[in-house]
Design a protein around this ligand. Sequence first.
Ligand code: NDP
Ligand code: 2IT
Length: 447
Amino acid sequence: MTYDVEHFISEVRAKTGHQPEFHQALSEVFHSLQPCLDRFPKYRHNAVLERLVEPDRMIIFRVGWIDDKGDYQVNRGFRIQFNNAIGAYKGGLRFHPTVYLGLLKFLAFEQIFKNALTTLPMGGAKGGSDFDPKGKSDNEVMRFCQSFMIELVRHIGPDTDVPAGDIGVGGREIGYLFGQYKRLANEFTGTMTGKGFGWGGSLIRPEATGYGLTYFTEEMLATRGESIEGKTCTVSGSGNVAQYTVERVNEFGGKCITLSDSGGTILDRDGIDAEKLAYVMELKNERRGRIAEYAAQFPGSEYFEGKRPWGIPCDCALPCATQNEIDLDDAKALVANGCTLVAEGANMPTQPDAVDYFLANNILYGPGKAANAGGVAVSGLEMAQNAQHISWTREEVDNRLRQIMQTIHNNVRFTAAEYGSPDNYVLGANIAGFTKVANAMIAQGIV
Ligand code: NDP
Ligand code: 2IT
């Protein structure tokens, strides 16, 4: 008797209501687990999937705050503590108007397997709010973060749950959140990661997701005797992950020709070099402006309003903005234009039929839970440094990050090969991540 994954997914769908992103993530993971579930009946006997789809707990709360005009504002706050079989809950906070329960459940679910792949002991969680930091003053963001933390503080701790950043939550927000945590808990511990260097943060954490993505991409290309050097890359997004991806790809001798935001895409055929990237960082991180301004600043570059980068010919596509940003038409355009590698900085940026298209066309396709795991991996290293009350050098952290990305890559390919498809990173990442968590759950009994 085998696990009827299809039937199981339809039951979860019926029980959980309208949560399309969660169902999408669930379907992608569980379908690729089928050969593993067939090989090891213990997962069925121990009802591992049934237990795995039900978060340990979901916390939803009201966040009231006063805007600069003196008016009362209300947002909704969340923390999904999905699974702590292999370590304390760990995962980012997203502040974006599209945040709702189903979105955070997808992100927390993915985080379980991603964190398992990092080799570090971290469980899966995610949280956030429908609060939109865009257009808010620093003081408004601070008041919101302080109010958010008044509730969150009860649920987190250095060995319980350690939040970090994600979309809309960067260094500024982590500072305000940590400040309030420290005040309420009356302790200075590593309960948040992404802290500033000098007050508990790790060197290389800001860079980690983009650098890790670049290292993973380099490993993927090496399987075909190639490297980033000389490759033209299209990158989406222009936030934390996109910025440090461009930085490292440049250092590896590649050329990034696009960036984007929710307004549109810029194309710079000469490449976004270090000087232009410094402009982007100042534009996005300090002035909090729009990527359209890039085209006005650098003659020869172009701006395409409302467009994503995927119609532009490239060797490698590196989606670093948000979920479902590559649809089937985008995938067809990429392949038709000669793209041979897609590695995901964002979480679940590729729609399921587009993933199938990449795999069917022999594209090197690196799913986010493997390719973007460098961010949370260095968060794990930040926790390790905090626990020891020391800080490591840039070189130490960067070397460890590179080693972790190589280990993830090898583990994913090794696992995929064991199931007969060495180039299928989806299969390898899902089975490798699942096996570690599932075995821990079985060992710990029915809890
Ligand atoms: P940032 O907030 O720094 O940047 C997000 C970027 O994506 C912005 O350019 C933003 O544009 C764009 N974007 C966000 N939502 C949309 C949308 N709906 N449509 C089009 N563009 C959009 O976030 P990060 O760089 O930290 O995160 C980017 C992705 O990477 C996310 O999927 C995140 O989950 C993932 N990730 C992040 C990690 C981290 O350590 N930060 C680790 C692993 C994965 P705009 O300003 O217009 O909203
Ligand atoms: O999606 C992710 O892995 C992150 N946003 C980083 C999480 C973390 O805890 O560093």
